[in-house]
Design a protein around this ligand. Structure first.
Ligand code: ATP
Length: 253
């Protein structure tokens, strides 16, 4: 693996992924290239099936590209999913501690860090609650704390707020933006919600469907903090939606 140059935390270069063969062959990604600077918030936007999850899997090292390269240097890559995926038999604190336990962090250090992380997502004092005792939004906050417990330099988030109501999602956007600024982590955030992408991203990478290709990269350039319902966010979201629609029409799905 070649080292990434300092200007990039993540470099994706000509990545293609083909699943299966013969009549079962699926061309999921085709020659996808873009990069993310250290501390950048990049949103990946595209219609269903454009290969967003495949790309995150490759970035996280769960899957390999058929061709092309992904270079994160010696950076740690963490993952967070749409479903909070908390282990129901563990407390909120136990779930947050899990990535640290796996890394071999001593018990006393884990406990202090869990408290810190739960405070970061505004769940201080709730470490002993079990997932079923928490609301959907609170579970997703625990999941967010667990994602940060991975101490990743690059965090890949796969539609993390997709299943939440608009109000909870709005609050979590604020939380995520605050934590992102405080930690300086590089974020790759998958969504199919155009406004969410514009609300959060420094840049929005628009992917076309089957095979997934980079259709266009938008610099958001709006001052932060942003509101999802602000006229600026709405105007850029309309322009990106028009572009996305062109892609969907062009490819027939
Ligand atoms: N392991 C696999 N074997 C075969 N085909 C796969 C596999 N994983 C993904 N695919 C196919 O690759 C394409 C891209 O899938 P992927 O899940 O990456 O898309 P996505 O953009 O994340 O979709 P969604 O927004 O619906 O979650 C789809 O056609 C999917 O069926």
């Amino acid at each position: 693996m070649t080292a990434v140059i300092d200007a990039s935390a993540v470099r994706i270069d000509g990545v293609s992924r083909i699943f299966g063969s013969g009549s079962h062959r699926v061309h999921a990604l085709d020659n996808v290239s873009f990069d993310a600077r250290p501390g950048e918030f990049v949103c990946l936007l595209g219609a269903s099936g454009c290969g967003k999850s495949t790309l995150l899997g490759i970035l996280a090292g769960i899957d390999n590209p058929t061709s092309g390269t992904v270079d994160v240097g010696d950076r740690q890559v963490g993952l967070m999913f749409q479903d909070s995926a908390l282990l129901p038999w563990l407390t909120a604190g136990g779930n947050v501690a899990l990535p640290m336990k796996i890394r071999g962090v001593p018990r006393a250090d884990r406990k202090a860090r869990v408290e810190q992380l739960l405070a970061l997502v505004r769940l201080a004092g709730l470490a002993d609650k079990r997932p079923h005792e928490l609301s959907g939004g609170m579970r997703q906050r625990v999941s967010l704390a667990r994602a940060f417990a991975q101490e990743a330099d690059v965090l890949c988030m796969d539609e993390p707020f997709g299943a939440l109501d608009a109000m909870t999602r709005d609050l979590l956007h604020d939380e995520l933006e605050r934590i992102w600024r405080e930690t300086g982590v590089t974020i790759l955030f998958v969504t199919h919600d155009v406004r969410e992408a514009v609300r959060l991203g420094d840049r929005v990478v628009l992917l076309s469907s089957r095979p997934g290709r980079v259709a266009e990269i938008f610099d958001v350039g709006l001052p932060r903090p942003r509101r999802i319902d602000s006229p600026d966010v709405a105007a850029l979201a309309v322009a990106i939606t028009d572009r996305l629609r062109e892609e969907v029409v062009r490819h027939g799905h």
